[in-house]
Write a protein that binds this ligand. Structure first.
Ligand code: ADP
Ligand code: MG
Length: 724
């Protein structure tokens, strides 16, 4: 059929009935349609990423081998089982043949297209000069040089339409090739040249915008580490990253980007983990701490026992997640595809109609030329959305897919988690209050034991305070983290319970004896963490949270933009939450929320409003985030889950980035709409003029150049703008 016998299908992954396949046969929509039809009875979900030549299928009642055999018989291809760690984001991965053509790693193809386009531009300048300056008539007959140049320039287009015709499909390419050939045959080589000139220019521009956005995302999450230093018999040996395996000990020094996930077995250093959890301040890590690939060793030296390499690394999983989401079309892209199909049909009808009504071939041609690029409507959405995603990446906002980008500015409710999201990474311990006969240091020691290796903001402050007080906390306790409540830890004969009032109620421990003092502290909006050992309340500590700079402005800005409802959803106590919310201007406060309560609050709001955004740090809000229409991770609690479950990750955790994101979303949609307007209106008005003979084929071609380039230029404005 439409593919040569040499095509190869690589199985990139096949886990639990979900397979990702890659092949050059997947880079044509007509082939995808055929496959979909053939496999319809086995496929639960089918997603294609044509520009990446890959498909993701979720299948049932069959084996992958059977599915592949079916595709094989459709296209007569050979199959190659690939084990390469190629599951990565399109345009980032050098193993992806399509991507490597499009990105810097192999700029030849783009360069070649640019040169070819340059030659065509030179030729059109020459034509213009000859015609308008010298006043010489340029031959436009079927056998003229112009006709020849047009045909040569259109070879790639002819090839594509030949494939489509063989498949019995009437595609855009077929329509355009038909227009070109007819124009040449009827002595309108000038119009033919114009069509192909715009087409080549448009393709080039689209590639430029797409490459730019992919590179931006690539820069944001790329692990540009090629080599690692592995400890062999106490000597550091440099080896290529592929040769590092689980169990090896890798050495990283200040300035190094960590190449693997692992556990520090020796040494210590300050690690900047902003890439994976958004914390702006680096964390001091020593023996027994987990570290992740892609984070930066700012100072010190760490010896890391490798726990994950290649695709198993946390950041690689995030990339796969991003890739999956980017492969999905956004609502406006889906709309654009439909519109393009309608315009193609309309174009054919108008062309034939004009011919039938006016009997003029020239008029029909002009209509055909004007209508021959409904692709401009497809470009209208796709270029704007990918440019928007690229601009997000530049601001440190990782947007996984166009749908989320579009939804942000269509949301009526924004919900925010408090601790770790709107407050900075580390609260400040203000008071240590103990029961009679209990020493403050021993209370802190129990706390430090229970919070050992916990990454919750409160736990981090406790660890720091313990260090300040020179308390060496034991590391042997068995601890259970109870999200939204606190921790429960068994240390020898001691059971330590540390957390909020709700946790103590759950454990049936009364807080009565401290009631008056606590009341006073709560009025000061301090968070209380109670400490109990063997069901006896030893005392509590109070913490003051530092609100992230710009939070109040973010809330008022969102309101000005038209967000209807802004809610605070927190696990902290009513009083603390209320005072926090009143100072910052929230509409509602949900306090004392467990992870389930948070999710319920989102469900409630979803019933009343259109689109609900949840901004959280993923510590106890992953469930709520998964219920929201758009989940934004704004991490600082150290939760690696946050970026994974979110649709959008704000890596710098700046509140103003939420407003930037909102603006970006709004602007992307505006550009999509402007583009539609440019595309459709010029098409239709032009076709009307052409049908009554007011536009020559050459003028129709010129209009076409105008509208396609304006769409491209309008979209690339989004990628170039630094802020919106
Ligand atoms: P938020 O919902 O504002 O992000 P969290 O759900 O992270 O807050 O925490 C809610 C409350 O649970 C905290 O105010 C604190 O009282 C208690 N808590 C949570 N984690 C811990 C911990 N590791 N140690 C002690 N208390 C904790
Ligand atoms: Mg939180």
């Amino acid at each position: 059929m439409s593919v040569s016998n040499m095509s190869i299908i690589s199985i990139k992954s096949d886990i639990k009935n979900r397979a990702r396949l890659k092949s050059e046969i997947f880079n044509r929509s007509s082939n995808i349609e055929l496959i979909k039809k053939e496999l319809s009875s086995y496929i639960v979900d089918f997603r294609e990423n044509i520009s990446c030549s890959s498909i993701i299928i979720i299948y049932k009642d069959t084996q992958l081998s059977e599915i592949i055999t079916k595709i094989q018989s459709l296209f007569h291809t050979t199959i190659k089982q690939s084990t390469a760690a190629a599951d990565s984001i399109c345009g980032v991965n050098s193993n992806c043949s399509n991507c490597s053509i499009k990105t810097d790693s192999n700029p030849l193809s783009f360069k070649r297209k640019l040169i070819e386009f340059g030659l065509l531009t030179g030729y059109s300048v020459y034509l213009f000069a000859v015609k308008n300056i010298l006043g010489v008539t340029v031959l436009a007959s079927p056998l003229s040089v112009m006709a020849l140049v047009s045909v040569v320039a259109a070879i790639p287009l002819f090839k594509e339409s030949y494939e489509d015709i063989k498949n019995g499909e009437f595609s855009l390419q077929t329509f355009m090739s038909g227009t070109l050939i007819l124009a040449i045959l009827f002595g309108e080589a000038m119009a033919a040249f114009e069509i192909i000139y715009i087409l080549r220019g448009g393709m080039l521009l689209e590639e430029y915008v797409a490459t730019k956005s992919k590179n931006q995302i690539k820069n944001l999450i790329e692990l540009d580490v090629q080599n690692a230093y592995v400890l062999v018999d106490d000597v550091e040996v440099q080896v290529p990253l592929e040769e590092v395996s689980v169990g090896d000990v890798v050495v990283c020094r200040s300035g190094d980007k960590l190449p693997v996930d692992g556990l520090i077995v020796d040494g210590s250093g300050h690690i900047d983990e902003s890439l994976i959890n958004g914390r702006s301040e680096s964390i001091y890590k020593e023996k027994e701490s987990d570290v992740f690939a892609g984070t930066l060793c700012e100072s010190g030296r760490v010896y890391i026992k490798v726990t994950a390499v290649g695709e198993d690394r946390y950041i690689s999983k995030v990339m796969q997640d991003v890739e999956k989401s980017l492969a999905l079309k956004s609502p406006s892209q889906i709309e654009a595809d439909l519109l393009a199909k309608k315009l193609l049909r309309l174009g054919s009808i108008l062309t034939l109609g004009t011919l039938a009504l006016t009997g003029s071939f020239i008029n029909a041609f002009s209509v055909m030329i004007i209508m021959s690029c409904p692709c401009s409507t497809i470009l209208a959405a796709s270029t704007a959305i990918s440019a928007g995603i690229a601009n997000g990446a530049k601001l440190g906002i990782l947007i996984k897919g166009g749908e989320s980008l579009e939804k942000v500015s269509q949301s009526e409710v924004f919900c925010f988690d408090k601790t770790g999201t709107l407050t900075t990474g580390k609260p400040i311990i203000k008071d240590i209050v103990t029961a009679k006969g209990v020493d403050k240091n021993s209370l802190m020691e129990y706390l430090a034991i229970a919070e050992y290796r916990n990454t919750h903001p409160i736990a981090l402050s406790i660890q720091e305070k313990a260090k300040e007080l020179k308390i060496e906390a034991s590391q042997t306790a068995k601890t259970e983290v109870i999200p939204g409540y606190g921790v429960k830890s068994v240390y020898g004969e001691h059971t330590i319970v540390a957390g909020n009032k709700k946790l103590l109620e759950k454990e049936s421990i009364t807080t009565e004896r401290f009631e008056d003092q606590v009341f006073h502290h709560l009025n000061e909006a301090k968070t209380i963490v109670y400490v109990c050992v063997n069901e006896k309340l030893l005392g509590y500590i109070t913490l003051e949270h530092e609100v992230r700079a710009g939070t109040s402005k973010m809330i008022s800005d969102l309101r000005k933009k038209g967000v209807k409802h802004i809610a605070l959803i927190t696990g902290d106590e009513e009083k603390v939450a209320q005072s926090f919310a009143n100072n910052l201007g929230f509409d509602t406060v949900y306090a004392n929320q467990s992870p389930h309560d948070k999710a319920n609050a989102i469900e409630e709001l979803k019933k009343q409003y259109k689109n609900v955004v949840m901004v959280g740090d993923g510590v106890n809000d992953t469930l709520a985030m998964s219920k929201a229409d758009v989940a934004i991770s704004f991490a600082s609690g150290g939760s690696e889950m946050a970026i994974e479950v979110s649709d959008i990750a704000v890596t710098h955790s700046h509140p103003e980035d939420v407003v930037n994101l909102y603006n970006l979303s709004k602007k992307s949609l505006e550009v999509v709409n402007q583009n539609y307007w440019i595309g459709t209106s010029t098409n239709l008005i032009g076709a009307a003029f052409a049908s009554i003979g007011l536009l020559s084929p050459a003028a129709a071609g010129a209009i076409h150049i105008g509208h396609t380039t304006s769409i491209m230029a309008n979209s690339s404005r989004l990628a170039i703008d630094n802020n919106s």
